[in-house]
Write a protein that binds this ligand. Structure first.
Ligand code: ADP
Ligand code: GN1
Ligand code: MG
Length: 360
């Protein structure tokens, strides 16, 4: 992770309403360093230091995020449905500290952020939020976006990077992960399916969010309706299958992403149906091929995350924030168990998608 200045020394460079009276670490994102700031005028903000290991061109990230939020502002029915940045004293929406770290400040969006759905309704609403997001960006000019992480969901490339890390064995951990390697390698060909279909034009390339886990969406405090999509750093050209699939991976699982007891991990088919219903309700533009392949999107992105977590474990935990040394391995095993359980329930997953699609 970045070594950066204390946030107290940074917030003064943003044009907040009032002076900072408290600043604390906030949220459970795996990438950026996030703080919640309160001012003496009782205003609340989010201050974030962008992870430069992950985002090598933070200025490009900010250009993307500014362009997307600006675009959404003209399309949402209420301003609370999109993010609002606070300018820095330089006039930019970011501030660069002495160490070269990039910071940004958002108005705090006061909504409910969940690590797991508390009710079916919550999960349905998150599907509405991400489906609507996809729909609103339908005509966004994709060629104006920077590729903030090159080949982000190119699973073929993810396998290539995995094999390189395995060969390097930088952290000396390759010997302990033999069963996980075998499981992953047995599915290499299938993992490239979406890439190949995008390449051949059988699946459309869209402007997508690319990081659609439940804690990247806020629900309204009072109504618990979909409010605002967060974490726009990876908005880039991509596939709707990964957006749908990543929400399933994280939210329709029977255990958290880092559940150490893999016996507890599996696919919750009720939640799978709930999310599918919500997504298809809010996002009308999916082609027949996309709709049919939704289960495959869920499976491939789960496999891709296993590959990414294991790659990071082999590299010595450089990418994802970890709370303990085995964390990335635990995450890998949980994802692989989820893949195995999806395989065991494959026919049911296909049937659910077909039934829900028939209603639209
Ligand atoms: P990361 O890339 O590290 O996941 P996020 O942008 O997702 O960073 O922020 C981490 C967490 O901070 C989110 O999951 C959410 O809980 C909270 N958060 C981020 N931005 C806001 C905001 N504008 N208003 C309220 N909460 C926010
Ligand atoms: C990261 O930033 P965050 O915590 O919302 C990661 C996603 C992974 C996710 C796994 C930029 O998401 O790709 O799916 O962790 N974001 C980036 O929990 O790599
Ligand atoms: Mg996040």
């Amino acid at each position: 992770m970045n070594q950066h200045l204390h946030p107290d020394g940074v917030i003064v460079h943003f044009l907040t309403d009032g002076a900072c009276v408290s600043c604390r670490e906030f949220g459970s994102g795996h990438i950026n360093s996030t703080y919640q700031v309160r001012t003496d005028r009782d205003k609340v903000y989010i201050l974030q230091c962008i992870n430069r290991y992950v985002f090598t061109d933070p200025k490009a990230v900010m250009e993307n995020v500014s362009a997307v939020t600006e675009y959404l502002r003209g399309r949402v029915s209420d301003p609370s449905e999109t993010l609002h940045f606070v300018p820095a004293d330089t006039g930019n929406y970011y501030f660069v500290d002495e160490a070269g770290e990039y910071w940004r400040c958002y108005e705090f969006a006061d909504g409910i952020c969940l690590e797991a759905p508390e009710t079916d309704r919550d999960f349905y609403e998150s599907a509405i939020a991400f489906g609507r997001f996809q729909e609103m960006l339908r005509d966004f000019p994709a060629d104006t976006l920077h590729e903030t992480i090159p080949l982000f969901h190119n699973t073929i490339n993810r396998y290539r990077l995995f094999k390189e890390s395995l060969a390097r064995n930088a952290a000396g951990r390759a010997d302990e992960v033999k069963p996980e390697i075998d499981f992953i390698m047995a599915r290499e060909d299938e993992a490239g399916t979406i890439c190949r279909l995008l390449e051949s034009g059988e699946l459309p390339l869209r402007v997508t969010h690319n990081d659609t886990k439940l804690n990247n969406v806020l629900l309204d405090q009072k109504t618990r309706k979909a409010m605002c999509v967060l974490d726009l750093d990876t908005v880039m050209p991509g596939s709707s299958l990964y957006d749908y699939g990543d929400s399933i991976r994280f939210g329709a699982a029977t255990a958290p992403e880092d559940e150490p007891d893999t016996a507890k991990m599996g696919i919750n088919l009720d939640l799978f149906r709930v999310y599918t219903a919500g997504y298809l309700t809010a996002c009308h533009s999916l082609t027949e091929a996309e709709t049919q392949l939704l289960p495959l999107g869920a499976k491939i992105i789960t496999l891709e995350l296993a590959v990414r977590f294991l790659t990071d474990y082999l590299d010595g935990d450089r990418y994802f924030k970890t709370a303990y040394p085995e964390h990335n391995l635990v995450r890998t095993r949980a994802q692989l168990k989820l893949v195995a359980d999806m395989e065991a329930h494959w026919d049911e997953m296909q049937k659910i998608v077909a039934e829900e699609a028939a209603k639209h």
